[in-house]
Design a protein around this ligand. Structure first.
Ligand code: NAD
Length: 456
């Protein structure tokens, strides 16, 4: 059994049965049958069903959001956005069904066309930090491209996924086409990865587990998308609007209590603006409202679990003599950790290069543009990053030089369902979202049709 706790109160919200390998096997059998009919259905019919699914989600946004607050401790505003994001992802994917075109390529003696075939059954393994959106990033385009989906949510956050599966049935998504199997990673997750009837795995989670899944998939040459960890830079040049940069910095790493793969946890500031920037940043951090996720004024809630709290605390205590700017956090039950900014650390300190996955950032000074780029690229990750400058040439040069999949200039935004998302280096493999999202769930088949008549 999986026990779901409310991270803000430590109360038990629900207990949910954990799937076994036999459950996974039975789910794959059901999904395989459902996928055949789904792939054969008219594109307009599949699109209509997905739009209906979006519309049913839309009428349950508040219910889903409240469930997300209870099982994941997200602030209510964030949770509402997340439920709405599922609706938008389904709508956007539905619009792709009738536009999933192959190509016609000139050849002598015949006609050559490519066909984008669905893969079959897709296994989606999701993390706990954004349970709904991340599940839907893969599920919506995979269904739209004619596949069946088996979703394994994280152990701590199965409830919204289970509710989405019920809403799918209510919307007319065929039985067996979208199944949710809560369970433990090494058991149910691993069974999905190893099952010969699963054509592709989309894994979002830690780089450590992602690597082991990649190795298992290699054995079967199983298709794989990986969305892994991050340690993203927020580069502030001295010519930037420092007030705006400092005002935007707190939520660039405190949103979702820092449990965000795109969190800008390496704040790199040009030395000539360093003191002024810290002067501006300190009150901005101290003013962040941390507390009850259901209170609309709250900007940051708790961490997901005691294990995560211990991990984050260990990182900060292990940082030794670093000076810190600290915000406030509630006392008492719940997994609370205050907003924390460490300064005076060496560039290669663990907190400066490893993913903490909590409300903790480091500030490091740099000298000039070349030094900023060197420092920005000095981790094994490459997911996101921000560049603050008023010099458009510098913004473009830095955007090209930082090795990461998702950059923003004078902003911290990373994720839109209609623009591509994914990591360089150890932050991942493949891309999700954006105009090509459906193609990642197809196999290109090339067909040549001779116009010469039968060969003699
Ligand atoms: P995790 O790797 O511990 O778990 C992720 C999922 O994998 C869970 O569902 C878990 O049950 C499952 N799992 C664990 N072991 C498994 C195994 N042996 N076989 C199959 N499945 C297994 O990660 P987490 O702690 O849940 O999530 C946090 C991590 O996710 C962070 O590193 C974060 O950066 C990353 N993340 C990345 C993105 C992105 O898009 N790049 C987005 C969100 C989170």
């Amino acid at each position: 059994m999986l026990q779901v706790l409310n991270p803000a109160t430590e109360e038990v919200v629900a207990t949910v049965p954990a799937a076994t390998p036999a459950d996974v096997d039975a789910a794959v059998t059901r999904a395989t049958a459902a996928q055949r009919s789904w792939a054969a259905a008219a594109p307009a019919e599949r699109a209509r069903i997905l739009r209906r699914f979006a519309s049913v989600v839309d009428s349950h946004v508040e219910e889903l959001a409240l469930l997300e607050v209870r099982e994941a401790g997200h602030t209510l505003g964030n949770a509402r956005w997340e439920a709405g994001n599922v609706r938008d992802l389904l709508d956007y994917a539905a619009g792709g069904v009738e536009r999933l075109n192959g190509r016609q390529i000139p050849v002598p003696g015949g006609l050559d066309v490519t066909i984008l075939e669905p893969l079959g059954v897709v296994g989606v393994i999701a993390p706990w930090n954004f349970p709904m959106p991340i599940a839907a990033w893969a599920t919506a385009p995979a269904l739209a491209a004619g596949n069946a989906v088996i979703l394994k949510p994280a152990e701590t956050t199965p409830l919204t996924a289970l509710r989405l599966a019920e809403l799918a049935l209510e919307a007319g998504v065929p039985e067996g086409l979208f199944q949710v199997l809560p369970g433990e990673g090494p058991v149910a997750g691993n069974a999905l990865v190893e099952h010969p009837g699963v054509a592709k795995i989309v894994f979002t989670g830690s780089t450590r587990v992602g690597k082991s899944i990649m190795a298992s998939c290699a054995d079967r040459v199983k298709r794989l998308t990986l969305e892994l960890g991050g340690k993203s830079p927020n580069i502030v040049f001295a010519d930037a609007d420092l007030e705006a940069a400092a005002a935007a910095t707190p939520m660039s790493f405190l949103d979702n209590s820092g449990q965000d793969c795109c969190a800008r946890t390496r704040i790199l500031v040009q030395r000539s603006a360093y003191d002024r920037f810290l002067e501006l940043l300190t009150p901005a951090i101290e003013e962040i409202v941390v507390g009850d996720p259901l209170d609309e004024r709250t900007q940051m809630g708790p961490l997901i679990s005691r294990a995560q709290l211990d991990r984050v605390r260990g990182h900060v205590e292990g940082a030794g003599a670093a000076e810190a700017i600290r915000g406030k956090a509630p006392e008492g039950p719940g997994f609370w950790f205050p907003p924390t900014v460490l300064t005076g650390l060496p560039e290669d300190a663990p907190c400066a290069v490893e993913e903490v996955f909590g409300p903790v950032a480091v500030v490091l000074p740099f000298e000039d543009e070349a030094d900023a780029i060197r420092l920005a690229n000095a981790t094994e990750y490459g997911l996101s990053g921000s560049i603050w400058t008023r010099d458009v040439g510098r913004a473009l040069r830095a955007s090209r030089a930082v090795r990461a999949g998702n950059l923003s200039v004078n902003s911290h935004s990373s994720v839109r369902y209609w623009t591509p998302f994914g990591g360089f280096r150890q932050s991942g493999l493949g891309r999700e979202l954006g105009p090509d999202a459906l193609t990642a769930f197809t196999e290109t088949k090339n067909v040549f049709i001779s116009t010469e008549g039968p060969a003699l």
